[in-house]
Write a protein that binds this ligand. Sequence first.
Ligand SMILES: Nc1nc2c(ncn2[C@@H]2O[C@H](COP(=O)(O)OP(=O)(O)O)[C@@H](O)[C@H]2O)c(=O)[nH]1
Ligand SMILES: [Mg+2]
Length: 308
Amino acid sequence: MPKPKKPKYHAGTATIIGLPNAGKSTLLNAIVGEKIAIVTAKAQTTRTALNGVWTGENAQIVFVDTPGLHKSDTVINRRMMQAVRAAMDAIDVIILVVDATKTPGQDIAQAVDLVKKPGTPVVLVLNKVDSIHDKSKLFALIEQYQALHDFAAFIPVSAKKGEGVDELRKAIITYLPVGERVYPEDHLTDVPSRFLAAEMVREKILILAQQEVPHSVAVLVDEWEDKPNVIRIAATIYVERSGQKNIIVGAAGAMIKKIGSAARAEMELFFDKKIFLELFVKVKPDWRNQPEFLNELDWRRMVNDSDV
Ligand SMILES: Nc1nc2c(ncn2[C@@H]2O[C@H](COP(=O)(O)OP(=O)(O)O)[C@@H](O)[C@H]2O)c(=O)[nH]1
Ligand SMILES: [Mg+2]
């Protein structure tokens, strides 16, 4: 008897695009099953394009998370939009994520215009369906989106609960070219560990220092020492004004302690090792308009000491 034919392997890239807070980063994390991208309720949490690799029996998909679409009024915002545009080059599928609890307005119509690329299928993901009780509303919503573009597919998901994620992966695979996998099976992301660690610190600041302006905070890992039983990490938190520094340090250092222990707990889970974390806070006025400092923050330009 002839052996049953093995299904062909598919490999390719899918970029996740959408307005701020649509749930793009939550979706990336749900798809790859690990928290690569930080998530908060605040807009512009994601500042750069990040990738996460999903490897299955018959396909490997590289997912790229991007900053939310927004107006470019500062150097950092222009960089974020450049990152979005770059992440749309040489890809196989675009995943447009929308918040299904909202009716499409002018901003979404603009986002749809941006993803129209001849020859590249756009899958519309209707996210946050866990918050929609009357599911018939989804049909009306899909009709509204259909009027805007000839989408390849409509997939309702709850990124938060992981619902619809398998269906989404399956739909994406049908648009990927036949090809070998690019990354080893256990490869999760290209983002260096020191960048992920810095992002974990930034996430805790955005969550814990409520009154703080999230846009003013940047974090850089200065030292990373991987010892047999512990990783020693030193990081600097940059803010724009001394008042912000006072908020982050807190009375008698209470806030920075809280930030540090929350970030450390998350790092220990992710890196599966004991972490010794030291945090410093520095004022760097107007860093968001300084191209050289923005280069330092960009993980793609980070020079790795020991491949972390
Ligand atoms: N109810 C609900 N909330 C979600 C879902 N996905 C994301 N969120 C929330 O929406 C907010 C923005 O999520 P995030 O992934 O950072 O959005 P991004 O800006 O598009 O990357 C966070 O508070 C998430 O917890 C979902 O499926 N259901
Ligand atoms: Mg995000």
